[in-house]
Each structure stands twice: as C-alpha cells, then as structure tokens.
Design a protein around this ligand. Structure first.
Ligand code: AMP
Length: 366
C-alpha cells in the first residue's frame, strides 16, 4: 500500500462535518486534504487546503481530482458506485474499498452479510410491493419497521408499523399501502422490532497490513432515529462487548477493509447482540474519541488510508458526547462557560430542525 507522507494529500469525497474533522486530524499529521463535493461553502472546505465543487458523476472532474491526490477516502456511505469506478480507472486508490460501500449501501445485502458472519440481526424480509409487505407482516408480526433498502439515514426512509394501526379503522390493505407510500414505494426491507436493552456501537479500524484497533464501545441513545448521546463506559458486560468486538473484527477482515468503520448493535436483554447496521466511515458515536483517546477515530482513519501504522486507541477518560441539533448550537455561549465541556461546532449556517450542528463532549479522566 502506498504511504502518504507528510505534505502529501488525501482526497475526501463529501464535505460535511465528518470530512471537516478528518481534515483537522490530517492537518495535525502534516497531511493536506482536498475535498470533493457538489456544495459551495461545505463544512470540510473551510478547514481544507483545496475543494473541487462538482457532481459525483462528473467524470472529467473526478479524473482530475484522482490524479491530484495520493489516496481517496469518503465521509458518507452513499458515494455512487460509479464515482469509485471512475476514480479507480483514473488510477486512484479508494479506501475503504468498493465492496464495503456496496454492502453498506443496501440494507438487504448488509443484513445478509451480517448473517454470513454468524451475527444475529432483526428478523427481516425483502419487500418490493404492498402485497410483499402484507405477506412479510404476517410472518414477522407487528410492530415492525419498513425501511428503504438504499439511501436512508438518521431514521429517514423508514416508517414504523405499530400493532395499534389495526385499531385505526383502516383495512389491512389500506395500512400496508399507506406504509408503502410513506417510504416512497421503493425496494425495501421489513424488519421485526427488536426489544433491545440498549444500543451499542463498535468503532474499529483496520490498516492495509491487516492490523486492527478497536475503541471502547459506547452506549448510544437515539431520539427520533437521530443519535442524541454516546457514553463510555457503556455499562455493557464484558461478554456483550466481546461479542460485538468479535463481529466487528470478522466484518473488517471479510471486507479486506482499510479505514475506520462504525458498527451499530442492539444489546439484547439476554446479553447477546444483534447487528443493526454499519457505516464504512468515521461514525457519530465515535466523536468522543477526539477528547478521550490518545488517537481519535479521525486520526486513525487518516493513518489507515495513508498507510501509516494505527495509533493508540486506548481511552484516557470516561466521556459523554451529546449532539447539538438544530438551534441547540445557539447554546455555545453557555457551553463555553462550562469548564468540562469540549465544544465542537461544524460551521453550518442553517440550523434546520434536527440538523447536526455540532457536539459537546464532557470527559472525566480515569
Ligand atoms: P437506523 O437508521 O436503521 O440505524 O435506525 C435508527 C434507529 O432506529 C436505531 O438506532 C434504533 O434506535 C431504531 N431502530 C432501527 N431499526 C430497529 C429495529 N429493527 N428494532 C428496534 N429499533 C430499531
């Protein structure tokens, strides 16, 4: 694997807050970042040496970008397959690779892949029509969640089908057609509702030489499908954490993965775990690593993509990370007076409701 030395350049597809924090970590290592995204004034552009503003399917711009950088990575999982193909043809090395993206982009393939690793998941079935939905609901039961196979995030592209829907006076057909219409009548999966004890994730990294480093697993609390808070220690038993860690290691190896991955788990009431989904990128539930670990998930990702040895993922502090959503970031003046609060703001101007504007991490040294 080609090593990106200091003064070299990593190209990042996507200009959001994850790209911004990757670029800041790269800067500390003397590595420059070149952002590629369709938006003007993206959060990552403000802290990067260079930005190309173009669409993800603009072959000429992608080829130029691919030739201008020493390695390419991405900060969102919905990078079109075509983008990676164009870059690869132009001679660029893209990490994590095309297989990780293909699996993570399709909830059906992702669940089948998790099962192939021996991991448990929610019960699921492919749904391609209201008739499929009715049949799948009979087998899976309610409550259940209908999710689009592709392009869902932060609880978008999904709808819960509750048991109570039976009492709303709607016929069975009306209820299934309504749910099908709600997710845009697209190829989907129906998932059984997991009655979990809590949610847990594993942030892991794999280098090109096969070396793996995992961070302590945070406990994650969601509200309306959006991450609200991640806390370490999680309070999960050693056996639960080990199960999640083992699955993450298998996933990294099966995908011949290079970079950081975020794997989301349901911790079940009997101590076992089920995979919810994984993101082939740095992950919101790993933001606390910037303040509570010697080497953050962002630096770890840059190290892996740049062909450097992985860094020390050990935690020096307990941590609670809270997202600042929508107008919550307007609390910055109050937070700035709090001695224990490490504030991270993403430089976004438009505080739309639920939009991730920043986060705050409170640490307690061990
Ligand atoms: P997702 O976009 O699939 O990660 O879903 C966002 C959040 O919705 C998850 O973190 C869970 O809190 C909840 N959720 C998703 N799928 C299920 C499920 N099958 N059972 C219970 N809760 C779920």
């Amino acid at each position: 694997m080609k090593v990106v030395a200091p003064n070299g350049t990593i190209g990042i597809l996507g200009g959001g807050q994850l790209g911004r924090m990757l670029a800041m970590a790269a800067a500390r290592l003397g590595i420059n970042c070149h952002i590629y995204c369709p938006e003007q004034d993206a959060p990552a552009s403000a802290v990067s040496a260079k930005t190309t503003i173009a669409s993800y399917t603009d072959a000429a711009s992608l080829e130029r970008f691919g030739r201008a950088v020493d390695a390419v990575t991405y900060e969102f999982e919905n990078v079109p397959a075509e983008t990676v193909e164009i870059l690869t043809r132009a001679g660029a090395v893209v990490a994590p690779g095309a297989k990780a993206l293909a699996v993570a982009q399709d909830r059906l393939i992702e669940k089948q892949f998790a099962r192939s690793l021996g991991a448990a998941t929610a019960p699921f079935e492919a749904v391609d029509s209201p008739d499929d939905l009715a049949a799948a609901l009979k087998r899976i039961g309610r409550p259940a969640i209908l999710k689009t196979r592709r392009l869902g995030y932060d609880g978008k592209g999904q709808t819960v089908i509750r048991s109570a829907d039976a009492d709303t006076g709607r016929t069975w057909r009306e209820a299934t057609e309504k749910a099908w219409a709600e997710i845009g009548a697209r190829p989907s999966i129906l998932e059984g509702y997991v009655d979990f004890a809590f949610e847990l994730s594993v942030i892991g990294a794999r280098a090109g030489n096969g070396e793996i480093a995992l961070y302590d697993s945070p406990r994650n609390e969601h509200e309306d499908g959006i991450l609200r808070r991640s806390s370490v220690p999680s309070g999960a038993s050693e056996a639960t954490v080990r199960m999640a860690a083992d699955i993450t290691r298998k996933l990294l190896e099966a995908l011949d993965y290079v970079g950081v991955v975020g794997v989301e788990f349901f911790a079940l009431k009997d101590g076992a775990v089920a995979v919810n989904e994984f993101a082939p990128r740095v992950h919101n539930s790993g933001h606390w690593t910037t303040d509570a670990c010697a080497v953050s998930q962002f630096e770890q990702h840059i190290r892996a993509v740049a062909g450097w040895p992985l860094g020390n993922s050990a935690r020096h502090s307990d941590a609670v990370m809270e997202n600042l959503l929508g107008d919550e970031a307007a609390r910055w003046e109050t937070l700035a007076q709090e001695a224990r609060a490490s504030i991270h703001l993403y430089g976004k101007r438009d505080a739309a409701p639920g939009r991730k504007m920043g986060h705050v991490t409170r640490i307690k040294p061990l």
